[in-house]
Design a protein. Structure first.
Length: 69
């Protein structure tokens, strides 16, 4: 496998990262770990509840098919 290609981690890394030294998701993993370590569970719950309420208050999205004759 080439060293600079982007791989689909959900398909290739099923049994573990195939290239941990050059993982393209390393920055995301580090920021997620930092968030988990520095944020209390109560604060995470508040964030999730705010997102839930925002989604509930959003207007419905209608999908109208494009009919072609």
């Amino acid at each position: 496998m080439e060293t600079n290609t982007i791989i689909k981690c959900d398909e290739v890394c099923i049994n573990g990262c195939v290239r941990p030294d050059r993982c393209q998701n390393q920055a995301h993993l580090e920021s997620a770990a930092k968030f988990i370590n520095e944020t209390s569970l109560d604060k995470m719950h508040e964030i999730a509840e705010a997102a839930r309420l925002k989604k509930l208050s959003a207007p419905p999205v209608w999908v109208i098919p494009d009919w072609q004759d």
